[in-house]
Ligand binder design. Structure first.
Ligand SMILES: Cc1ncc(COP(=O)(O)O)c(C=O)c1O
Length: 433
């Protein structure tokens, strides 16, 4: 049976996360409920930092990709040993700042930053902007000029690498809405243009080829392409690019079919390529950054629901309906994401049935998964979906005016409510008349 490192079965035969009884937590906080293992998250952060240190000396930075899971508390967990964060909106930046996270360790992403966001990011002093396009380059330069400051920028480059993952989470190919391309000289031309501007300072290059990628070759290929481009800029423009950010995207385990590499192996694979390509191209090893999101938080989280009905349609399928769905986990609806499910009250019972777990929202595509294996389940039982720490809470919505579930962090068996359950009052608080 696949069960993640955060999970175990306790003396009551119940599912436990970070040694806390999941059934007790569901009683205490109600369902649906997100539960996360805090020590696992900080352990993974530490593993990334240690792996980068072993491979790069002190010449590196690990940025947590906030989009995976963004609440004030996550910034307190990841604020260790020089770790930074990437944000893609004023809202994520505001959350980080409100948590006391230093703006000087935040890089600002996004393919369509607004003037307000740029002004806000400059006023708090973010580390850098990752520039996506020409209009944005000039907008940042103009706003920085108005504010009599100089903005550090990196360019988001599409390295032309095809990562083997779902089309909706591939971002390294020329036909992508993110970044500027190498193939048609767009990136080179824009860098030349940036060098002429008075209020931006080009510090680095960035790429991110996609998400949930297991093979090392696409990362290696991206590293080769990016170092080659840094060498071209040096040779043809006489400009030294000091920083390279290779993005995130490292695959994790949602089901027993997923087989991710360990963090050190992953990091060593691409840093070895960066080293050898730097030697080949006669350039210095750059300050190297990565931006893992999913792999930092996904496996630390589960979502617990209560089963409301079990609808057996003879010879067709059995729908197990839960008290949440696409409003707290839209990933099946978005890209047919696969999950492992189990019953927290009896996690070791034999999975004899094949069922479809359906949400409570008014969409036929509101499913958690199709043809999932479970023991025979009845209304009123708890159901846990594993590996929901990333892109679940952060993608949650109020469709059908369903309040968002609370988030509980567990550390060494002790639970802490870090986000409260939304109320009906929360749902109408912006309705003016
Ligand atoms: C620019 C950038 N960096 C990092 C990430 C994090 O990717 P992951 O959560 O797969 O590690 C993303 C995800 O979309 C991204 O767009």
């Amino acid at each position: 049976m696949f069960i993640s490192e955060s999970l175990s079965v306790n003396e009551n035969g119940h599912l436990a996360i970070a040694s806390a009884d999941v059934v007790d937590l569901a009683k205490k906080y109600g369902t649906p409920l997100y539960i996360m293992d805090e020590d696992r998250i900080s352990g993974i952060c530490r593993e990334y930092v240690d792996a980068m240190r072993k491979c790069c000396g002190e010449n590196f930075m690990v940025h947590y990709a906030s989009k995976a899971f963004c609440t004030k508390y996550i910034y307190k967990i990841i604020d260790i040993d020089g770790m930074g964060a990437d944000v893609v909106s004023g809202g994520e930046l505001f959350t980080a700042i409100s948590a006391g996270f230093p703006a000087g360790k935040v890089s600002f992403h996004g393919n369509n930053k607004t003037s307000d966001e740029i002004e806000y990011a400059l006023s708090v002093g973010v580390r850098e902007f990752i520039v996506d396009n020409r209009e944005e380059l000039h907008l940042i330069n103009r706003i920085a000029k108005e504010k009599e400051t100089v903005a550090n920028i990196s360019f988001r480059i599409k390295p032309g690498v095809d990562a083997h993952t779902h089309d909706f989470i591939k971002t390294g190919q020329i036909d992508s809405k993110f970044g500027v391309a190498l193939e048609n000289n767009e990136a080179f031309d824009m860098i030349s243009e940036a060098l002429e501007l008075s209020n931006v300072k080009l510090v680095g290059l960035h790429c991110h080829i996609g998400s949930q990628i297991f093979e090392s070759e696409p990362f290696a290929e991206a590293a080769r392409v990016m170092i080659g481009f840094i060498a071209k800029i040096k040779n043809e423009l006489g400009v030294k690019i000091c920083e390279l950010n290779l993005g995130g995207g490292f695959g994790i385990r949602y089901t027993e079919n997923d087989d991710p590499k360990n963090i050190f192996e992953t990091v060593k694979n691409f840093t070895d390529v960066v080293k050898s390509e730097c030697r080949k191209n006669n350039i210095d090893f750059p300050f190297l950054s990565i931006e893992p999101g999913r792999s930092v938080v996904a496996e630390s989280g589960i979502t617990v629901y209560t089963v409301g009905s079990v609808k057996e349609i003879r010879d067709i399928r059995t729908y197990v309906s839960i008290d949440g769905g696409m409003t707290d986990n839209p990933r099946y609806a978005l890209y047919g994401a696969e999950y492992t499910v189990l019953l927290p009250e009896r996690p070791l019972d034999k999975k004899t049935e094949t069922v479809t777990v359906a949400g409570r929202n008014c969409e036929s595509g509101d499913l958690i998964g199709v043809d999932l294996k479970l023991p025979k389940v009845k209304a009123g039982e708890l159901l846990a979906v594993l590996t929901t720490g990333a892109y679940n809470y952060s993608m949650a919505s109020n469709y059908n005016r369903v309040p968002r579930p609370p988030v509980v962090m567990v550390s060494k068996g002790k639970d802490k409510l870090i986000v409260r359950r939304e109320t009906y009052e929360d749902l109408i608080k912006n309705d003016l008349v």
